[in-house]
Design a protein around this ligand. Sequence first.
Ligand SMILES: Nc1ncnc2c1ncn2[C@@H]1O[C@H](COP(=O)(O)OP(=O)(O)OP(=O)(O)O)[C@@H](O)[C@H]1O
Length: 121
Amino acid sequence: MKVRKLIHSFKYAISGIIYTLKTQRNMRIHCIVAVLILIISLLLKFNRFELLILCFSISLVIVTEMINTAIEKSIDIYTKEYHPLAETAKNVAAGAVLISAINAVIVAYLLFFDRITQYIF
Ligand SMILES: Nc1ncnc2c1ncn2[C@@H]1O[C@H](COP(=O)(O)OP(=O)(O)OP(=O)(O)O)[C@@H](O)[C@H]1O
């Protein structure tokens, strides 16, 4: 019985991921970029620590995007009309995605810049 409940929870979680992928263009962009970055990092033979930081940064972007989507949907249930608190909540959630994306760009710069310049020059 507990196993069945666990499987159901897992199914709901997967359907949340699929929903976000289907409906959110930014989520698709994050995932495509994440896959490309991971392939490149494997080709460049990143060490475990570098891969760890990369995985964490990628997860942070995807997780904040999903929480942003959940917040947007929750607010949309409550009101489709303009409401200053709805605006604030959505803007704050979008701000969280922006911060995680800036973090990912900084991490990518720090991890890739030296290696890429080594290959070019
Ligand atoms: N009910 C509302 N009241 C006030 N401002 C809102 C409301 N809904 C959205 N906004 C404003 O519009 C911005 C975009 O909201 P929206 O829900 O369209 O997000 P989105 O990121 O464009 O959505 P999606 O990712 O689904 O395309 C919000 O950040 C907020 O500033």
